[in-house]
Design a protein around this ligand. Structure first.
Ligand SMILES: [Zn+2]
Length: 431
């Protein structure tokens, strides 16, 4: 399976200009090839219109190899400087453009458009052009030894042990910040089944992000919602207001330098919030998948919830969808089982003590108070206990909806995480 590893880079000034040259080069080649194909097709169309004979061979192809051929045939003319950058990077431009064409043919996307120059961009390298020198340095051919902010120890160990192999790497620039994302083929050892089964139910809430409990009522997990994400939200709206007062890009008009500066500030805040959130979700999901045999969560209708404006910000902060998605693939890595409770299962409204179901429970009620037995318990904890009980072996009538309670472990194909790897990261450079 492939897995993505992402690290923030700390390039020197000269490395920044080399990385920019590669990113710009990739974008240039992508645009140049798209231009050549478009012109060629327009010309052929005009010929057909004029009654001239046009054969299939007259049309430039859009498959990876076709585009590579067009690139080799035209590079000395359209990009005299091409030899300044690592040549595998152009190959990825061909690959990415061929994918864009394929997506259009399949009806998944609009016709490819030219990539705009801006404060973001990316460039991919073949595995042979990248080397992890130690746990804090990545050697990129033509760019040199780049320092990483964080330790690359996890990936470095995989490579040393021979349980991981780098397939490709993508350097992405966003608002002046650089990250490198490795696509790595990883071999994993699935641990033998543990016994007795450890079960945890997780309630995803607003004040406490994740509350976990066992079927016996013991609280097992408490992850607070990082409030600073909300503080940062204020900083972000301020930065966005500043940017909106300046002269941004309009058709035919270049954005002002003051706008670029303000926009880069906005991008930086976005990137750092995304990092904080991603790390928190990763830590929590890894811990759960490694330590529990059965993890029960709600199958929330995230789209439906985001429509509720007062909740929207919190819900997206809580990133429930990402949490669930990560649990899906991590449970397959570690041999644990993810159970999703039926969306209508009243985990919040059911009393964990006596089983009575409340007719109504408003979001502002933080404590669950049972009308039947008088039991009082934290709302999220009550829900988590009820969820955990759905994971008990033999539980099938718990939902009252006849939903599939304990599905077989899903066979999911683990892919690189889209949130981490650039969407342009090719899996492998297929011929
Ligand atoms: Zn009760």
């Amino acid at each position: 399976m492939t897995q993505a590893y992402v690290f923030a880079l700390d390039p020197t000034h000269s490395q920044v200009s080399l990385l920019r040259s590669h990113i710009g080069g990739t974008r240039f080649v992508y645009n140049a090839l798209l231009g050549l194909v478009k012109t060629n097709w327009d010309e052929n169309r005009a010929k057909v219109h004029a009654g001239e004979a046009v054969t299939r061979e007259d049309y430039l192809g859009t498959r990876h190899l076709d585009l590579q051929k067009t690139w080799y045939a035209n590079r000395d003319e359209v990009a005299t400087w091409w030899s300044e950058n690592g040549s595998s990077t152009y190959n990825y431009a061909c690959l990415n453009l061929s994918k864009a064409f394929a997506n259009h043919r399949a009806g998944r996307a609009k016709f490819p458009t030219f990539k705009k120059r801006g404060s973001s961009g990316s460039v991919s390298f073949l595995a042979s052009a990248i080397k992890l020198s130690d746990s804090h340095h990545v050697r990129v051919s033509r760019v040199g030894e780049n320092k990483t902010y964080e330790s690359t120890r996890k990936l470095y160990r995989h490579l040393e042990r021979g349980t991981g192999r780098i397939m490709a790497a993508t350097v992405t620039e966003r608002g002046g910040m650089y990250t490198i994302s490795f696509t790595v083929a990883v071999t994993r050892v699935v641990p033998a089944t543990r016994s007795p089964e450890k079960i945890i139910g997780i309630d995803v809430g607003l004040t406490t992000l994740y509350t976990g409990a066992g079927a016996d009522g013991e609280q097992l997990l408490n992850v607070e919602n990082p409030r600073h994400l909300i503080t940062v939200q204020k900083e972000l709206s301020h930065a966005q207001r500043v940017a909106s007062r300046r002269n941004g890009p309009k058709p035919g008009v270049a954005p002002s330098n003051r706008w670029k500066k303000a926009n880069s500030r906005v991008q930086k805040i976005h990137t750092s919030t995304a990092n904080v959130r991603r790390n928190l979700i990763h830590e929590t999901t890894s811990m759960l998948a490694k330590n529990y045999d059965v993890i029960v969560i709600e199958d929330l209708n995230v789209k439906g919830m985001v429509k509720n404006h007062s909740l929207a910000k919190h819900i997206s902060d809580a990133a429930w969808g990402e949490f669930s998605r990560q649990l899906e693939y991590k449970t397959t890595w570690y041999g644990s089982t993810l159970v999703k409770a039926d969306r209508f299962y009243p985990s919040s409204k059911t009393c964990a003590q006596c089983g009575a179901v409340k007719a109504k429970l408003s979001l502002t009620e933080r404590t669950f108070a049972c009308d039947s037995c008088g039991h009082q318990v934290d709302r999220d904890l009550n829900a988590a206990i009820n969820l955990a009980r759905l994971g008990l072996p033999g539980t099938s009538s718990g939902t009252g909806r006849g939903g599939e309670v304990r599905p077989q472990p899903q066979t999911l194909v683990a892919t690189a995480h889209p949130g981490e790897a650039s969407t342009e990261t090719p899996r492998a450079l297929g011929a």
